[in-house]
Design a protein around this ligand. Structure first.
Ligand code: BJ8
Length: 430
């Protein structure tokens, strides 16, 4: 990081000493996993810069937006409609964390046997290590899995600024009615917080902006179908992770510029791995930044990750919003419809996820599927059984993995993954 941001961090209540330690660990991990890759697209330079300024420039921008009276809204889930936040000129930032930080502190509020993603967002806050959470005016939770739902109660006790959207767990007509009313209630909350009305014009332009971001991500996702793959799974994962907190206009431009370059690569038959390298689809729990472990192991073993059936992946941007609405009320309905297409494992039944997973495996020409669930993530651990059945019926080799954010299982995972990669292409499912 070129500039000294310590005064800004201090003002935000960051624990400076521990924060220095965190940034240096992050930077080492990034160098080892990312910068060491060969033949990276030049367009990744932008994302390298974003990471080098992860707690610097972007925080400075958010603080400046706040000073202009724009509300800063923190979220943890792809069900929270970003369009509504942008329609009140708000800044929307994802707060999920992917590193084992502050777990001892977190365990004073939530049980040890909680998934690492939840422990990490609690831990980052409690250890004073997340400038993003410090800038928020509102932290939006949602009734998805039990762990998150109850952790939000603790987070409310700690921060006093948590707002929870009630997400139904069945996509029934009654669930749909509840969800639309929750979308409207959230819009009202944002209007109250910002003092601004959501007008048709504002909602339409916010919707176009979020759709353009989704289209750029879909473009990138589609390019990964090429053999040889023009971009590594590690780099594509990073782009998806950055989508949750970067400025949406600049981000979309940067992804499109990257895609222009990748299209050229595909035309020339240039890739990051040799043509015919083993191709893997990841499916399951989301991987928040800087959770890069699984991709690093797979790609360090000579295969390439070609897609993520995950919220930090296609689950988050697969569906565009139908922007053909003529009133704000109609817009709210379309937003409710669009978000209810997300196939999170907290829904029952959730058969569309299996179709999406096998559909992705076909489209991206994956040789096999690795199902990834964070330990104690009951919804995805449970669905792993159905996912295996669907993969078997589809003739795709399948490996089930449960892991956390520690590096303790690195060697063991590597052994299992290398054995799995061996059988790919032989048609032997396990
Ligand atoms: S829509 S996947 S972002 S809830 S990993 S905290 S599910 S125990 S993150 Fe998620 Fe929304 Fe669903 Fe997506 Fe719970 Fe599992 Fe932890 Fe999870």
């Amino acid at each position: 990081m070129a500039k000294d941001y310590r005064a800004m961090w201090e003002k935000l209540g960051i624990n400076l000493q521990a924060h220095d330690g965190l940034l240096s660990v992050l930077s080492d991990a990034y160098k080892g996993m990312y910068l060491a890759q060969s033949n990276r697209p030049k367009g990744m330079g932008y994302f390298d810069f974003v990471i080098s300024e992860v707690h610097g420039l972007r925080i400075e921008e958010i603080v400046a937006a706040k000073e202009q009276g724009r509300p800063v809204i923190g979220t943890f889930c792809v069900y929270v409609p970003e369009e509504l936040v942008l329609a009140v000129d708000g800044v929307c930032i994802g707060l999920c964390a992917g590193a084992e930080v502050g777990f001892d502190e977190a365990e004073k509020y939530i049980p040890r046997n909680t998934c690492a993603l939840i422990k990490a967002f609690m831990g980052f806050k409690l250890a004073g290590l997340c400038p993003y959470v410090q800038t928020t005016d509102l932290i939006v939770g949602e009734t998805t899995c039990d762990g998150k739902k109850k952790a939000y109660e603790a987070l409310e006790d700690i921060t006093g600024k948590v707002y929870v959207m009630e997400l139904p767990h069945m996509k029934s007509p009654e669930g749909r009615v509840l969800w639309e009313s929750e979308v409207r209630r959230f819009a009202g909350k944002l209007e109250e917080l910002s003092g601004k009305k959501i007008t048709l014009e504002k909602l339409a332009s916010a919707s176009e902006l979020v759709n353009s971001k989704r289209k750029a991500l879909l473009r990138l996702a589609a390019l990964r179908a090429a053999d040889p793959a023009p971009i590594s799974g590690l780099d594509a994962l990073l782009v998806n992770q950055v989508s949750f907190y970067d400025d949406p206009v600049r981000f979309t431009q940067s992804v499109n510029a990257l895609c222009d370059e990748l299209e050229d690569r595909v035309r020339r038959g240039e890739g990051v791995a040799a043509k015919g390298a083993k191709r893997v689809l990841i499916s399951g729990s989301p991987m928040a930044i800087p959770n890069w472990k699984l991709h690093a192991i797979i790609e360090g073993s000579g295969a390439v990750v070609v897609g993520e059936e995950s919220c930090v992946g296609e689950r988050g941007f697969r569906e565009l919003l139908d922007t053909g609405f003529a009133t704000v009320q109609e817009g709210m309905k379309k937003i409710a419809d669009r978000y209810l297409t997300v196939d999170c494992a907290c829904f029952t039944p959730n058969t569309e996820r299996m179709d999406n997973m096998t559909g992705m495996a076909d489209r991206l020409k994956a040789d096999g599927i690795i199902h990834y669930a964070l330990q104690f993530c009951t919804p995805y651990m449970m669905e792993a059984f159905k996912a295996k059945k669907a993969a078997d019926a589809h003739g795709k080799p399948f490996l089930r993995i449960e892991s956390d954010y520690s590096m303790e299982d690195f060697g063991q995972l590597k052994t299992r993954i290398e054995a799995f990669l061996e059988i790919l292409g032989n048609g032997t499912a396990r």
